[in-house]
Design a protein around this ligand. Structure first.
Ligand SMILES: Nc1ncnc2c1ncn2[C@@H]1O[C@H](COP(=O)(O)OP(=O)(O)OP(=O)(O)O)[C@@H](O)[C@H]1O
Length: 330
């Protein structure tokens, strides 16, 4: 696998009446070609903002405050609209949370696909028709629905039609922002299976945002856990699940039912994430952390390498090894 995306030190601020709010704080993220990367975290931790920043789709009051997004060797942060336009859809596409918001309600699916292809210089009517039929059938929808308006499709079909649109040019990277969250559990699972199947068949990489740990557990190769605008842990999904290196990852895991294994009572994480305008001076998770010790309240942890994962937790600082030993017993 080769590196497709390298995000380094990416920060995003929202300009608010009480000053700038940092919603994404110096995030590093790399994605290999064909890889499935999951991003999880509680509501408001900055997942969607990060995705929009990667795709360079932020609009005011949000803006990139620092960092780089190197995609296929080019820094997207430094590009203007004209330079970004040919990359979007063709090389990198985005699937939003709700197709109802992303699709135009007064245009047939056929016309929306045609618009996207025409915007990328495809003029041949035959080519447009053939490709539209092809992508719709790829996601398991009969071609007759090219004549449908979005509201004539079920929720699951609409999300599929949106994914088909994102695949019009077989991009190398598809960014998905909770594409299954509006669906019932059965439709959610079947759409996840289909996304995974398409990804393996067509070879594109995926960045998939969700707040549901169990949803990504079987589908992602690597997992990033976000909390209060920062990345807390990033590494192979199996390792994060089998031995989470960050107490917050452990808390998230305990808050969701496991598909396999014995039944265990679910535990929430007491407390709430900090207000982004008033961050704790030390570790951002410290006020809620069951393993906190004195240094956590005053020291901002770096990202530490723990086997194959990186974790932002002082338990992995060589100076606090003794605390890690104690933590293991709790
Ligand atoms: N328009 C805005 N103006 C000011 N702050 C904003 C705005 N939009 C988002 N934010 C801030 O950015 C933070 C991150 O929001 P974001 O939508 O990226 O989180 P998220 O993790 O994707 O949440 P969810 O899972 O609920 O979609 C929010 O907590 C909020 O404080």
């Amino acid at each position: 696998m080769s590196k497709l995306l390298q995000v380094t030190g990416l920060s995003v601020t929202y300009d608010t009446s009480s000053g700038p709010v940092t919603a994404v704080d110096q995030v590093d993220l790399d994605v290999q070609s064909g890889e499935f990367v999951g991003i999880v975290g509680e509501s408001g931790c900055g997942k969607s903002t990060l995705l929009f920043a990667i795709a360079q789709l932020l609009t005011p009051p949000a803006s990139v405050a620092g960092g780089e997004v190197i995609f296929r060797g080019q820094n997207m942060v430094a590009m203007n609209a004209g330079e970004l336009a040919p990359i979007r859809w063709r090389n990198m596409s985005v699937v939003m949370q709700s197709a109802m918001n992303a699709l135009n309600p007064v245009k047939r699916i056929r016309a929306q696909y045609a618009d996207a292809m025409k915007a990328h210089g495809i003029r041949s009517k035959i080519e447009i028709r053939q490709r539209s039929e092809e992508v719709l059938e790829l996601v398991g929808i009969d071609r007759v629905h090219l004549n449908s308006f979005p509201h004539q499709l079920s929720g699951g079909m609409r999300q599929r039609a949106m994914i088909a649109m994102a695949l019009l040019f077989t991009p190398e990277l598809v960014i998905m922002d909770e594409p299954t969250s509006a669906l019932d559990v059965v439709a959610q699972r079947s759409l996840m299976l289909q996304i995974k199947e398409l990804q393996q068949q067509l070879g594109f990489a995926v960045i998939f945002v969700t707040h549901d740990m169990s949803l990504v557990s079987h589908f992602s190769d690597r997992l990033m856990v976000m909390y209060a605008a920062q990345e807390m842990e990033y590494g192979p999904t199996r390792q994060v699940f089998d031995s989470p290196a960050h107490p917050y990852s452990r808390g998230l895991l305990d808050a969701f039912p496991q598909i396999r294994g014995p039944r265990v009572p679910l535990q929430g994480i007491p407390g709430a994430p900090p207000n982004l305008t008033a961050m704790p001076p030390g570790c951002r998770f410290e006020p809620r952390c069951p393993l906190r010790f004195d240094a956590c309240a005053v020291t901002q942890p770096a990202l530490y390498q723990v086997a194959d994962v990186q974790a932002r937790c002082l338990l992995h600082d060589p100076d606090h090894r003794d605390k890690a030993e104690l933590g293991r017993d709790r």
